[in-house]
Design a protein around this ligand. Structure first.
Ligand SMILES: [Zn+2]
Length: 464
């Protein structure tokens, strides 16, 4: 089956063909480590992770590079405010970043280059741009000359003659020849970290890091570059200009961007006070994987509106999925095999792949999964499912989870502990004549696939 991915550059879904054989190089814009990542940032990392997992599911070998911005205006300002060194400050948030992505089961990238450890690579690239006439010096700083790069604006699809000062251009830049030009190198400023290099004393601008580090770790042409939609302009547009001007080769073959996450239909912002981090989600009692489910089950190119109701719903759905797979794992039956179910399992595998092949259409993939869950649950309930079919369905769910990264299956022992506790709770409720509560617990047990039997020695349970 053919994989198609939406390429921001062409504005179309394109058939994905790697540059070289079976290998896919992926560069993903990573965190600026001046604070906790908010869940909008995390959404973009989950998207990148699902993309990579799916490529591996399809049999590709991947190499993923994600930069860590530990040097920019924000990190410098924040470390100064706290009176600690830039290194000490950013180390702390790098640790938090890794904690977050581990909790979301995001696979680690192959390389996480830090900006402060790649100053030389950036200086070398700027030297090439100066030599080729794509960059110029103004006072102690160096700028990219946008007018010399004819394709500028192609990715963002904007008419740059319309760009006005202060509109989309970073505000913190020094004087330059053209408002569209951007800083490659910033002159040393009092009280800021700086490096003594061949091109002068100072520090790199923000955009050059991704060009220098992707060329270093993935070569001049990379297959897929990911980021959030807010990276398209100016950051990714500038990356193209710097890289292609320097190497004379195409920089990125497929540009992929993840849409915004909204909170109660509003953009997250400090001024609105609605910034949510993974820690907030955990503090409210949710499993990080419920957030993962929320992210993965919506399409990466659609805006996602986060509400506390939506994560509650995600949490319930995830519980049901886990219980379904546990039931399959533990199921044994005397029933013969049911051809219809065997066919359904095969069709679900095919549907999953064809939906994912269609620009990672995860909502469609989940629709296929839930159809399977619904039908097999019925067969589990009435015992008409064959043992082989249960095994096949279990194997399929685990295989699909290598892409989705959601399941946490309880061991049988753990499960029985939980069941015993629920039964005890139900007995207590019955004794105090709280039949509503008792009934709710019974329902919950039924959902877990547990049947209760009243015996002379007390209540016993068995799996359906
Ligand atoms: Zn970047």
């Amino acid at each position: 089956m053919v994989l198609r991915l939406y390429n921001t550059l062409s504005g179309e879904k394109e058939v994905f063909v790697p540059f070289k054989d079976n290998f896919v190089g992926i560069y993903s814009c990573g965190p600026t480590v001046y604070g906790f990542a908010h869940i909008g940032n995390l959404r973009a990392y989950v998207f990148t992770d699902v993309l990579r997992r799916y490529l591996e599911f399809k049999g590709y070998t991947t190499r993923q590079v994600m930069n860590i911005t530990d040097l920019d205006d924000k990190t410098i300002r924040a470390s100064k405010e706290q009176g600690v060194s830039l290194r000490e400050y950013t180390d702390k948030y790098i640790r938090f970043f890794f904690e977050d992505i581990d909790l979301l089961r995001i696979k680690r990238a192959d390389v996480y280059p830090r900006v402060t450890e790649h100053i030389k690579e950036m200086v070398d690239l700027i030297k090439i741009l100066l030599d080729k006439g794509y960059a110029y010096r103004k006072d102690g700083s160096i700028y990219f000359k946008v007018s010399k790069f004819t394709d500028y604006g192609k990715l963002a699809k904007i008419d740059l003659s319309q760009v006005k000062p202060g509109a989309t251009v970073e505000a913190d830049e020094y004087e330059k020849e053209d408002v569209r030009d951007f800083a490659l190198w910033k002159e040393k400023r009092e009280g800021e970290p700086f490096w003594v290099t061949d091109i002068g004393e100072g520090r790199p601008g923000w955009h050059i890091e991704c060009s220098a580090m992707s060329i270093k770790y993935l070569g001049p042409t990379i297959d897929i570059h990911t980021g959030g939609v807010d990276n398209i302009f100016p950051h990714h547009q500038n990356e193209i200009a710097q890289s292609e001007a320097a190497t004379g080769q195409r920089f990125v073959r497929y540009w992929m961007h993840c849409e915004h996450l909204l909170v109660d239909n509003k953009k997250m912002s400090k001024s609105l006070g609605n910034i949510i981090t993974l820690r907030d989600v955990i503090d409210r009692g949710y499993d990080p994987l419920a957030l993962q489910y929320l992210f993965v089950s919506s399409h990466y190119r659609s805006k996602l509106n986060f509400t506390w109701e939506s994560i509650q719903y995600a949490s319930n759905t995830l519980d049901r999925l886990n219980q379904f797979v546990e039931r399959l794992r533990d199921y044994r039956s005397e029933s013969g095999e049911n051809e219809e179910i065997t066919l359904l399992i095969r069709r679900t595998a095919e549907r999953f792949e064809s939906e994912m092949d269609n620009d990672l259409n995860t909502p469609g993939a989940f629709a296929a999964i839930f159809e399977l869950v619904g039908k097999i649950n019925l067969a589990l309930d009435d015992g008409s499912l064959g043992t082989e079919a249960a095994k096949d369905a279990y194997g399929l769910m685990l295989r699909l989870d290598t892409v989705l990264g959601l399941l946490t299956l309880k061991e049988k022992g753990e499960l029985s502990g939980e069941i015993e506790a629920l039964i005890e709770e139900r007995e207590k409720a019955r004794k105090r004549k709280d039949f509503r509560q008792a009934d709710e617990i019974r329902k919950k047990l039924v959902e877990m696939g547990i049947v209760l039997e009243d015996t002379k020695t007390g209540v016993r349970w068995r799996k359906k």
